[in-house]
Design a protein around this ligand. Structure first.
Ligand code: ATP
Ligand code: MG
Length: 757
């Protein structure tokens, strides 16, 4: 073995080495978090190429996100340089798109096909609900989309789930399924689920195509195998040649995509399916401190549906895990901001070393608000994504039409944007015409505009003008770079002019976002040079998922859901909202399997941490109507052994999260406690900061000065009610007058009337 071989095996323990150098045949690396599974998979790719003379093009590696794929490709290239060219390292969806582009005709498509995202899918479904006369009060479009996805995750026809539709609608549902499939095909499109299912069909129905891939890919490698669904598992079966060179790595404890059809069973049954498989267990965690690892283990071992495993670490014991119960979500957000600030100013961490995890996207807003005040840079991964913004989707709609003139959803989106006085009835007529004449929708516009289809003269002219616009831009696109084409079509369409003419502030933002989109296309062109086609750009955008937007170079605090955190690691992690009903999510109440999945989510969150872990809960949290409700601590909170944690006190001014400790008030056991408002509480934990107890404070009086956690300083202008219903009206310096229920408002007394008058 040469120098490169040595390099590839550097910094691997014996079990990891064994996995990297394992002989041909099925190989399962089954191991807990942070044990080097991804490292081993990456090194094995390099090893196969450098030492075993496998050609890069004979390798297909599948990762969970595009981001992970990029990182993996980068690592292999670091080791091998140009020798690594030609590997396929993709997500399942990405690999399927590549396969489908080469054989689109065989599944009734053309190579320029569109990929319908959730919004496109719903637009089409909404239209078809009308056609099938399905009452949306009885059966929602979202429910249909959900059933379609569920079926496709199982590689089944959506029509087989008819029993899940309301009894009166079953026949219509089946009709809807057929119509939907036909319309997606006619639009030369695939929805997300189709990408996998149609690839599967392609391979099954065309043995010569399948054998081509089986012959080509001598090695298949899959990371995060615990989150594969049935369709993906079947896809692997189709692609796997007689050599059975399949390496999968995963951890049953980190399976968190049940709702997308992930089947833990795929990894648990691997040995049954491949009795000759070599199984390697990695037992050393290199990521986390010993305390964090013990905490993670204490949480996950409560689950029943798992294979027990132990993890050691050579890392030091590390700092205690700090837990904080906030008064409410404002207080929680303040704690996060303060903790982040301390980590940066006192502990020397970079903002990029810190992550905040939550169960639901909605939790990020409050955290953002408070982080903003600190001036620390932060990024929110997910939430409303750039590519989901209206103007960006409109622009992409135009571009899609240039590549795929069959794309009816794109046409429907842009034909009257900006307003061209082309109404929905006209659009329906165009769609019907395209159906009748079996032509694409752009051709239908052209022909209807020229007089076929009997539109009134005015509408005819407007449709003709639109068709000319698309035709002009399509020709333009053939001779220009994607970024130039995008600018051209937006200008020619009058889109830019309409925004420029508008006086609305949000339209200014829209213009900025479009400029940003053009820049994104230019960046894409720089990165991909000759291969930078418009079609590839649209494909990349369609396949983006939230975690892909995580950029470690940004050096900003990352805010993301626990789902998006999978596979990543951070020196410091703040996990918020450990409350019953949030984590575990209220939806998991009824099902033990879902409850265990929530615990796995918690485990994933904890195990992302290298050194410092903070867990928070809020004693009160506002629900939908904005009404604050008392919460309960998460059962997972009590899974942590007391000796590993430190319960910390208030974050109010002058009190440092790092110096004020209040140890183990929770230690009494695993029962879930009710958290009540501070005034009523007798639990020692919740009046942790006695000096702040309202009973000790001067009473509020008219014109006294107060501070609110969210609205800041203000003056009391009116007092009313008593007891539970006592209210104060406060004129806030920045937010104007508001009336607040004292019990929930968490107002802080600042000064009596005289001192500030
Ligand atoms: P997860 O379960 O979260 O996906 P994983 O098992 O894939 O984790 P990796 O991400 O590959 O683990 O590795 C975890 C961390 O440990 C990484 O920072 C990696 O670089 C480091 N690491 C892995 N193996 C070793 C080793 N032998 N020596 C030192 N560090 C290692
Ligand atoms: Mg990994």
């Amino acid at each position: 073995m040469g120098d490169v071989g040595e390099l590839i095996l550097q910094n691997l323990n014996p079990a990891q080495r064994e996995a990297v150098t394992a002989p041909d045949g099925p190989l399962l690396v089954f191991a807990g978090a942070g044990s080097g599974k991804t490292r081993v998979l990456t090194r094995r790719i390099a090893y196969l190429i450098a030492v075993r003379d496998v050609h890069p093009s004979e390798i297909l590696a599948v990762t969970f996100t595009n981001k992970a794929a990029d990182v993996m490709r980068g690592r292999v290239e670091e080791l091998l340089g140009r020798h690594a060219m030609g590997m396929w390292i993709h997500t399942f969806h990405g690999a399927c798109v590549r396969i489908l582009r080469s054989h689109a005709e065989r599944v009734g498509r053309k190579p320029g096909f569109s990929i319908y995202d959730e919004a496109d899918q719903q637009t089409l479904l909404k239209e078809l609900f009308g056609v099938c006369e399905i009452d949306t009060d009885v059966f929602a479009v979202r429910q249909a989309a959900y059933l379609f996805d569920q079926a496709k995750n199982e590689a089944a026809d959506p029509a087989t789930l008819a029993s899940h539709a309301p009894p009166s609608l079953r026949e219509k549902y089946v009709h809807l399924c057929q119509l939907y499939a036909t319309r997606v095909r006619e639009a030369n499109a695939f929805d997300f689920g189709d990408l996998i299912v149609e690839t599967l069909r392609l391979l099954r129905e065309n043995p010569e195509v399948r054998d081509g891939y089986r012959g080509r890919f001598r090695h298949l490698l899959v990371d995060e195998f615990q989150d594969t669904n049935r369709a993906q598992d079947l896809l692997i079966d189709e692609l796997l040649g007689a050599h059975r060179n399949l390496m999968v790595v995963g951890d049953d404890d980190q399976s968190i995509y049940r709702w997308r059809g992930a089947r833990i069973q795929n990894i648990l049954d691997f040995e049954k399916k491949f009795p000759e498989a070599k199984v390697i267990v990695l037992g050393t965690n290199y990521r986390s401190t010993s305390r964090i690892l013990q905490a993670a283990d204490a949480v996950i071992k409560q689950n029943r549906g798992r294979k027990p495993k132990t993890l050691d670490t050579p890392n030091p014991e590390g700092a205690a895990i700090q837990r904080f119960v906030a008064d409410d979500e404002y207080d929680e957000a303040r704690f996060v901001a303060r903790t982040a600030q301390e980590l940066v100013t006192r502990r020397g961490l970079r903002p990029g070393d810190i992550a905040v995890f939550y169960r639901t996207n909605a939790q990020s807003r409050m955290i953002e608000e408070k982080l903003l005040e600190t001036g620390l840079p932060y990024v929110v991964i997910g939430g409303t994504r750039f590519y989901d913004r209206k103007e960006v989707k409109d622009a992409l709609g135009y571009l899609r039409l240039l590549i795929n003139p069959n794309d009816g959803v794109a046409l429907g989106r842009v034909i009257n944007v900006p307003a061209r006085n082309i109404g929905p009835r006209t659009v329906e007529r165009i769609a019907a015409f395209a159906q009748e004449k079996a032509c694409d929708v752009v051709a239908a516009c052209r022909r209807v505009g020229a007089g076929e289809g009997e539109l009134p003269t005015g509408a005819r002219g407007r449709v003709a003008a639109f068709a000319q616009l698309i035709d002009r831009a399509t020709t333009f696109a053939q001779e220009h770079k994607p970024s130039v084409t995008a600018g051209y079509v937006l200008r020619e369409a009058g889109y830019i002019a309409a925004l420029e003419a508008s006086k609305k502030v949000e339209d200014k933002t829209r213009l900025e976002n479009l400029a940003e989109l053009l820049k994104a296309i230019e960046d894409f062109e720089d990165e991909n040079e000759d291969e930078a086609t418009l079609s590839l750009f649209l494909e990349r955008v369609s396949l983006l998922s939230d975690p892909d937007l995580y950029d470690e170079r940004a050096n900003a605090i990352s805010l993301m859901t626990l789902h998006a955190a999978k596979g990543l690691e951070f020196p410091a992690v703040i996990m918020i909202g450990l409350e019953d009903g949030l984590l575990p999510h209220s939806r998991s109440k009824e099902s033990p399997a879902e409850f265990e999945e929530e615990r796995r989510l918690c485990y994933v969150g904890i195990t992302r941490t290298k050194e410092r872990l903070f867990l928070t809960a809020a004693a009160m949290r506002r629900s939908f109507g904005g009404v604050p409700m008392p919460t309960r601590l998460s059962p997972f909170w009590f899974d942590l052994p007391p000796q590993l944690v430190e319960d910390i006190g208030s974050t109010r001014p002058n009190v440092s999260a790092f110096t004020t400790t209040r140890s183990t008030a929770f230690s009494s056991g695993p029962t879930t406690r009710l958290i009540r408002p501070r005034e009523e509480t007798i639990d020692p934990l919740f009046d942790y900061d006695e000096s702040q107890d309202p009973a000790d404070q001067p009473k509020l009086e008219l014109l006294c000065r107060v501070r609110h956690p969210h609205f800041g300083p203000g003056v009391v202008t009116h007092l009313a009610g008593s007891g539970q219903l006592a209210r104060a009206t406060v004129r806030f310096d920045k937010f104007g007058e508001k009336t607040l229920i004292l019990k929930y408002a968490n107002l802080q007394y600042v000064a009596p009337p005289s001192e500030h008058l």
